[in-house]
Design a protein around this ligand. Structure first.
Ligand SMILES: [Zn+2]
Ligand SMILES: [Zn+2]
Length: 217
């Protein structure tokens, strides 16, 4: 049998399932790793939510409309993580006719599912379980990840790269990237030469831009 779950890495390669299993070995290992990660992610989202609550939303001109307040997205992802995990734990618990007590916490639900993952991988609903658990993990990770979530070009002449290449000044345009996490710094990157400026370098760049303006006037 071929594993029916969508695989992100090398998606066109079919994965065989072992006898009696509804998913492939890679999906079972992925499920176990997701379940192990969920309780910590659930806590980290709570901390991120507390940090973001009451944060004023800065409207940046040139950006694509107003952002959904980050605290709302975080609270929603956190609720979805717990609800999804609990719903699958309850479902699996019933299917297994388990007499074990399933406590109402993400940690105990994740632990119970992890202990029974091999059995769950042999049930016809295993592909749905794998997909749902993978989704709540990746949603939490992407919110906790400080990768840039907003990019916009520096407007006007000030947005032209100031780097001097051998053939003359770089014709590229500068882009500002503001990370989702407030702990990470914003960066300014040229789309042509790839030069990345930190906030400190950006201040120095400001002087260069000012000098260029003064020279042009
Ligand atoms: Zn698979
Ligand atoms: Zn450049």
């Amino acid at each position: 049998m071929t594993c029916p779950v969508e695989h992100y890495r090398d998606p066109d390669r079919p994965r065989r399932t072992s006898d009696g299993y509804a998913i492939c070995g890679g999906c079972l290992r992925g499920l176990q790793s997701d379940l192990a990660a969920l309780p910590k992610l659930h806590e980290d989202l709570a901390q991120l939510h507390n940090a973001k609550r009451g944060t004023a939303q800065t409207k940046i001109s040139g950006s694509m409309g107003a952002r959904l307040p980050i605290a709302v997205s975080v609270a929603d992802a956190r609720k979805d993580l717990k609800d999804t995990l609990m719903a699958w734990a309850v479902h699996a618990h019933r299917e297994a006719s388990s007499a074990a007590v399933l406590h109402d916490s993400t940690a105990s639900a994740a632990r119970w599912l992890a202990v029974n993952a091999d059995w769950a991988a042999r049930q016809d609903w295993a592909p749905g379980l794998v997909t749902a658990i993978r989704y709540i993990r990746s949603r939490a990770v992407s919110l906790l990840d400080p990768r840039p979530c907003q990019r916009f070009p520096v407007p006007g002449r000030d947005g032209l790269c100031v780097r001097e290449a051998e053939a003359g000044p770089c014709p590229g345009r500068l882009w500002v990237a503001i990370p989702a996490s407030q702990e990470a710094d914003s960066t300014i990157t040229c789309d042509t030469c790839g030069q990345v400026y930190s906030a400190v370098q950006w201040m120095r760049l400001g002087h260069l831009i000012h000098a260029r303006r003064t020279a042009a006037a």
